[in-house]
Write a protein that binds this ligand. Sequence first.
Ligand SMILES: CC(C)(COP(=O)(O)OP(=O)(O)OC[C@H]1O[C@@H](n2cnc3c(N)ncnc32)[C@H](O)[C@@H]1OP(=O)(O)O)[C@@H](O)C(=O)NCCC(=O)NCCS
Length: 165
Amino acid sequence: MSAPSFFRRAADFEIVSLGPSDCADASILHGMGFSRPWSDGEFQALMVQETVFGFAARRPAAGKGSLPGGFVLARLVAGEAEILTITVHPKYRETGIGWRLMLAALRHLRAEGAQTLFLEVDEENRAALALYKKFGFAQVARRAAYYKHEGTANSAALVMRLDLG
Ligand SMILES: CC(C)(COP(=O)(O)OP(=O)(O)OC[C@H]1O[C@@H](n2cnc3c(N)ncnc32)[C@H](O)[C@@H]1OP(=O)(O)O)[C@@H](O)C(=O)NCCC(=O)NCCS
């Protein structure tokens, strides 16, 4: 596992915990990365769960109302964790934010004693697959025609696992 190229790093972002007050921003950002965005309410419902945690990339000097650079949301239950979602603002993609968000989640999970981390990804999602493979995730299952796309063929979901122990 090697860090993304140094010269592209979005160094002015810091990685901070994601809190309930971030749900509206998370919903807007989610809509920029996914065809079926999760609502503010859906994020609220997740964030109140004790097993759910997340991190956001924020500019310390950013004014109120400015969106974070990205965020990751995950769940840990009895040693088994799952990435619920991760997205980076289109403007800041490929600058190392996704990597730093995943790293923060992994550090937190290891500190909490998690043994395994799962996630689900569209097999057509080249960027996400490359990111996960860089962390050492391996495919453990494939769900054919899982993601529905308007006007194009459905695509499969890959279930990937990373052992943390
Ligand atoms: C997937 C996503 C989170 C990656 O975030 P990012 O901040 O752009 O990724 P990083 O800049 O940290 O890149 C880390 C590594 O991921 C891979 N990667 C990222 N974007 C890539 C791209 N467009 N093509 C190929 N590889 C890519 C590379 O291996 C990269 O390492 P490198 O820079 O050393 O080559 C981002 O593209 C995104 O928000 N996509 C929309 C939402 C989404 O698909 N989420 C995942 C759902 S499962």
